[in-house]
Design a protein around this ligand. Structure first.
Ligand code: SF4
Length: 343
């Protein structure tokens, strides 16, 4: 949690809601031990708190509380069409933590969830069982850090570590499992205390510092993210660099070219897994809610174009921005390592 900037640093999770079914779970006990000062409130179901009507997402995110619950029903989902599959056919995602300690203005979670509080589902073993069942049928490309930043939550939940050891066992059993862990975290301790596992890709999202300052609140700086990516690569972890979402800002060409200069100076591009490029896009239902919640936010109030229920930049701007970035990346990377998201 050291990456969080001071003006946002509240005592984390001053109130923790615990679903009765999760009360005796070892993960609940382990997580609660980290917050000896917190007020613990027992509830029947996590949705009793998380899905209450008329909650203020933005206010709640400034003083986040935590809910420990159990996930029932569908535990693994098919990947959404607005997300990249990197050429993998069986593309799935898991949602074992909902919401994020970071506060990106453009984050689709602000349009998807009714609450800014965080939920950790403690019955991870049920999610693992479902993955095991699917792996009996086919290969899987599974993203486990879409509805949160799992690495940023590692000091609290320790779920990345659990996923790694689960995946390692499956991969050793010759199951065809590939996992992506997407993050803006820059906590180098993670690389120092874990080992690379083939098939686990750490997807580090990079943005120009001007974009980070304007929209990616509470996240580590570009310099910190690059230092972290560099260390991960040096220690043999598989690293994907994500320029997704690319965001329009004043002087975007200059901002993105400055960012690339910094990246090429710091990162050995021959050692990265691949890169992902995609301009901002979001479903119309989410954007409607995001606009209502953040009337003063330039990034959500931008006059996007709607195609088939997905808001995005105009064709011309999209091509300019993505073309600029991919042309520059091609100077350092073979084309087959550059994945460009297409509507
Ligand atoms: S880091 Fe990702 S999940 Fe977290 S707020 Fe930003 S965009 Fe959302």
């Amino acid at each position: 949690m050291k990456n969080l900037k001071n003006n946002y640093y509240n005592p984390f999770f001053s109130h923790i809601y615990v679903e009765k079914a999760a009360k005796d779970h070892p993960r609940t006990k382990r997580i609660l031990q980290k917050f000896p000062q917190a007020n613990i409130i027992f509830i029947d179901h996590y949705k009793d708190v998380f899905c209450r009507k008329r909650q203020n997402f933005i206010l709640q995110q400034k003083t986040q509380n935590l809910i420990l619950g159990t996930k029932q029903g569908n535990l693994i989902y098919k990947g959404a069409p607005v997300c990249q599959n990197f050429g993998n056919e069986s593309f799935y995602y898991a949602s074992c933590i909902m919401n994020c300690v970071y506060d990106c203005e453009y984050c689709y979670l602000k349009g998807m969830y009714p609450s800014g509080n965080m939920v950790i589902f403690v019955n991870l073993e049920d999610i693992f069982d479902e993955v095991r069942n699917l792996l009996k049928k086919h290969a899987m490309y599974l993203c486990i850090s879409y509805d949160t930043d799992m690495l940023a939550m590692e000091p609290v939940a320790g779920y990345t570590k659990e996923w790694i050891s689960f995946a390692e066992t499956q991969i050793n059993l010759r199951k065809q499992l590939k996992i992506e862990i997407r993050t803006k975290s820059a906590d180098a301790r993670f690389w120092q205390t874990h080992s690379p596992v083939p098939g686990i890709i750490y997807a580090i999202t990079l943005s120009p510092q001007a974009v980070i300052d304007a929209y990616e609140h509470k996240t580590p700086s570009l310099k910190q993210r690059l230092a972290s990516a560099k260390e991960a690569i040096q220690r043999g972890f598989s690293v994907r660099l994500c320029f997704d979402p690319m965001l329009y800002c004043k002087g975007w060409e200059l901002q993105y070219s400055e960012m690339l200069k910094q990246i090429f100076a710091e990162i050995n591009m021959n050692k990265i897994e691949d890169v992902s490029v995609g301009t901002f896009r979001v479903s119309q239902d989410y954007l409607k809610k995001m606009r209502k919640n953040q009337p003063g936010s330039a990034v959500v109030q931008f006059p996007y174009q709607n195609d088939g229920g997905v808001y995005h930049y105009s064709k011309e701007l999209t091509e300019q921005m993505e073309g600029f970035l991919t042309d520059n990346l091609k100077k350092e990377l073979p084309e087959n390592k550059i994945f460009l998201w297409k509507l």
